[in-house]
Each structure stands twice: as structure tokens, then as C-alpha cells.
Design a protein around this ligand. Structure first.
Ligand code: SF4
Length: 456
């Protein structure tokens, strides 16, 4: 069995499963957020009763992160619905925007968009917050009401996005009927060269198979190249499996996985025991390829879908209006460090927005000093509009007052993960997906630029 099949077999209490088979699996974690949470709660109450209790209080994680820092009253109200449900059910893992469990969330637009407006429990973007807060564990099953839930496959777990109806059912029963996906095998060899990042790996893979090339399939990444990647890098790769239609992505378990997961579970007091899955000689794949990481170059996914692959060096004629750094894919600490390495001591010449994925990342950037200047200040000095309000922000457009949203038909190079028409706002805007390094170099020139021209 492949890694994915092994996890599903265990969760289904079966000795083995085969691709195409339907199995009932037990969930280890159900995550929801402010956009889908109210709908999921509605389904749960409709189907199980107004006074029903969730199947396991400690296995539900609720993370408001999408439409948070907006004066849109309906969006603010969504966070209040989550808070009321958490109080009613006594759920321990709710990463609220405010500290008062009896309060109401109202974004204060008069304070502007840059200075933080959240309390001590706020965790930021769900997929980045889940591992930071100790909710991702090898060998487990994570369901989330968000398509990029597949990011947690970086931790050797089966993680996939589900709709509100399925999530309402999981909330009541802890189980879900799943078809076992076929597995595509991506063996990674070699190591990335300077100026080439994990984002380039996944943009390369999606370019190979197309934006629907992995529909309802598992993407297994392994080999020495996968082992060479940091956990942040593995998260970037796994995050975008869905951009090729994938059901999930999965990496092998190793010492890096163990160190990250153990430290985070211990620090946050979450469950510490887990059972990883390992490869064996009986794996059957529906597709196999080997990628030499040392041969990859800075890559761009062009408008209007993530499979439109080109090399950055082929696109000097693509003029840009905007650059955007952020999201679960491209808003991690390591992403911002690469971004800053290229911008340090220089000035961007187009509107450039920086949105860290979580408050922890904001703190990292504000406390990491390079020659007595924080990375945060290096970016601000380079002309980047940095916000402390860690969230999804303009990654998926959002209400019109969302930080970085494209309200006119602009061309933007972005470290985010999705570029279908209208994704970041105006439906005639164009989004070019690239690594943080390529976004930085392009912000300096105003057109798509190979970052290797700017390496120190
Ligand atoms: S940052 Fe973007 S991709 Fe990630 S969860 Fe938020 S909206 Fe989705």
C-alpha cells in the first residue's frame, strides 16, 4: 500500500484498502473557519438536533482567519457565531480574534489596516496555525472545511478539504465515507539551488500534469530531495496539491517531522502520541515521475490557472502593477526571510503588500535582527506595506476593504496559491503565482524577474 492507503486502512480498521474502494474512516481532527464554520454548524444542528453535542470536543479546531480585518458586518458576525457555538459546546481549541469569550468582534477601521487588532489567542491562517498549535500529527486523518487542508500532508498525515455537509456529519459522528484515491508518485532527487524555492517545485509539478492532472488523487512526495526540504518547504509543496485537483498530498515521516511535531504538541499541550506510516515494497502508483531539484529554475504560473507554467526568465515583458506576499503557502517565516534577503537595502517600485500568515510569524520577523535591524523594518524600509493583521487577507479577495485586495483590473505577482479569474478581487485582474524570491525581484523591477539576478 502507498502511504495514503496505509493511513486510510488503519482509520477504517481494515488490514488493507485499494484505490477506488469506499471506506468509512475515523477522523482525528476536524478543522473549520469563519467562512465555512457557520454553515457547518447549521448542518450539524439541522441533522443532529439543536441541543446535540459534537462527537469529541478535543478533536474540533476552530480558527477564524479569512474575512477578519474588515468592517463588513456580516463577516464580523461569522466570528461571533463561532464563539457562541464554542461556548455552547465547551470546545477547548478555538483561536478567537478577541480575548473576551462573551464579547463581539467589531473591526475598527479607524485604526487602519497595519497595526494589529487581535487578542492573545488569535492564531492566523488555519493551515499554518494548525501545525504551529500542535494539531497535525503523522499517521492521522485531518478533515478541514477548506481546500488547502492538504497542506498538512507535509506531516505524513492524510489531510483533505471537505464541504460543509460532510463537515456537519463529521462533527456529529467523527466518521466519513471516503473513496480511496489512486496515488501519483513524485520522487524528488538532488537539492534546490540558490534562488529556487519549494514553490518552484510544486509549480513545476502542476505545470507537468495540468490544473486537473491529479483530480481525486493522492500526491506522494518522497526520495532524498524530499528529505532535504524543511518542514516549511514541505508545507508549501503539499499546500498546492489541490491546485492540480489532488485529494491530498503526503510526505514521508523523518527526524525533521518528528522534531517539529513533538515540539509543537508539547508546547501547546495537545495530544503527543502518534503512529507514522512508512513506505514498503508493495506500493502501486497510477503515475510516476522523478524530479531533479537541482535542475529546477524560478517558475511562474500564469493567469488564469495554476498549470500555466513558464520560467521567470522567459517573462521580462510582463509588466506588473502589484506584488503580494502572504497566505498559508507563501506567508511563513522562511518565505519572508527569502523575500527580505532580496529586498534588503533596495526599494520596490510597484505597490507591494506583505501579510504574514500568523501572529507568531509577525513576532519572528519583528524580533529577527540582521545587523541590528529587524527583518520587519528591512521590509518596511524597502517600501513593502507590512500588516500585523495576520490572516488570509487578499489571497481570496474578500470584502472590498481587505488589505491588498485588487479592486481594479491590475496585474499582480503573488506568493499565494491560486490564480483563477477574480481570486484576489477584481474579475479582470491577473495573478501570476511565484516564489517569494521571484515576487521580491519582480517588485524591484516592475516586471516578472528571475530572482537569481538579485542574489547577494
Ligand atoms: S491564505 Fe488563501 S489559500 Fe490559505 S486558507 Fe486563506 S484563503 Fe485559503
Amino acid at each position: 500500500m502507498t502511504l495514503t492507503e496505509k493511513i486510510l486502512a488503519r482509520a477504517a480498521d481494515k488490514p488493507n484498502v485499494q484505490a477506488g474502494e469506499n471506506v468509512w474512516v475515523k477522523a482525528d481532527i476536524l478543522m473549520t473557519h469563519d467562512v465555512c464554520g457557520p454553515g457547518t454548524i447549521g448542518v450539524f444542528k439541522r441533522e443532529f438536533g439543536a441541543t446535540a453535542k459534537v462527537w469529541d470536543r478535543k478533536k474540533i479546531v476552530i480558527i477564524p482567519d479569512h474575512y477578519i480585518f474588515t468592517a463588513d458586518s456580516m463577516s464580523n458576525r461569522n466570528v461571533d457565531i463561532l464563539r457562541e457555538f464554542v461556548k455552547e459546546q465547551g470546545l477547548p481549541y478555538f483561536y478567537d480574534v478577541i480575548d473576551d469569550p462573551d464579547g463581539k468582534w467589531v473591526f475598527d477601521a479607524t485604526q487602519g489596516l497595519l497595526k494589529k487588532q487581535y487578542g492573545a489567542n488569535f492564531a492566523g491562517v488555519c493551515h499554518t496555525a494548525l501545525p504551529q498549535k500542535g494539531h497535525t500529527r503523522p499517521g492521522e486523518i485531518l478533515f478541514g472545511t477548506d481546500s488547502h487542508t492538504c497542506m498538512a500532508g507535509a506531516f505524513n498525515q492524510f489531510a483533505t478539504g471537505i464541504g460543509n455537509t460532510d463537515a456537519g456529519f463529521v462533527m456529529g459522528t467523527g466518521r466519513l465515507l471516503l473513496k480511496v484515491p489512486e496515488t501519483m508518485h513524485f520522487r524528488l532527487e538532488g537539492e534546490l539551488r540558490p534562488g529556487v524555492m519549494a514553490k518552484d517545485i510544486i509549480l513545476h509539478c502542476i505545470g507537468e500534469i495540468g490544473f486537473d492532472g491529479a483530480t481525486y488523487r493522492a500526491l506522494q512526495f518522497d526520495g532524498p530531495g524530499a528529505t532535504s526540504l524543511s518542514m516549511d518547504d514541505r508545507m508549501t509543496v503539499a499546500n498546492m496539491a489541490i491546485e492540480a485537483g489532488g485529494k491530498n498530498a503526503i510526505f514521508e515521516f523523518d527526524a525533521k517531522t518528528q522534531a517539529f511535531v513533538d515540539q509543537r504538541c508539547r508546547a501547546n499541550g495537545t495530544k503527543e502520541n502518534y503512529e507514522p506510516v512508512e513506505r514498503d515494497s508493495e506500493e502501486r502508483f497510477v503515475y510516476e515521475t522523478t524530479i531533479d531539484l537541482s535542475r529546477l529554475e524560478p517558475t511562474v504560473a500564469c493567469h488564469p490557472d495554476p498549470g500555466r507554467r513558464k520560467l521567470a526568465k522567459e517573462m521580462p515583458d510582463t509588466k506588473l502593477d502589484r506584488a503580494y506576499m502572504g497566505s498559508c503557502t507563501g506567508g511563513k517565516t522562511s518565505d519572508f526571510l527569502e523575500f527580505a534577503r532580496i529586498l534588503r537595502g533596495k526599494k520596490v517600485i510597484i505597490d507591494t503588500f506583505g501579510v504574514p500568515a500568523t501572529p507568531e510569524i509577525v513576532r519572528d520577523l519583528q524580533t529577527t535582527l540582521w545587523d541590528d535591524t529587524s527583518v520587519w523594518d528591512i521590509l518596511v524600509n524597502a517600501g513593502v506595506k507590512m500588516t500585523e493583521n495576520a490572516s488570509c487577507s487578499a489571497c481570496l479577495g474578500g470584502p472590498v476593504d481587505t488589505f491588498g485586495r485588487m479592486n481594479t483590473p491590475l496585474k499582480c505577482i503573488s506568493a499565494t496559491n491560486r490564480n483563477f479569474p477574480g481570486r484576489m478581487g477584481h474579475k479582470e485582474s491577473q495573478v501570476f503565482l511565484a516564489s517569494p524570491a521571484t515576487v521580491a525581484a519582480s517588485a524591484l523591477t516592475g516586471h516578472i524577474t528571475d530572482p537569481r539576478d538579485y542574489l547577494g
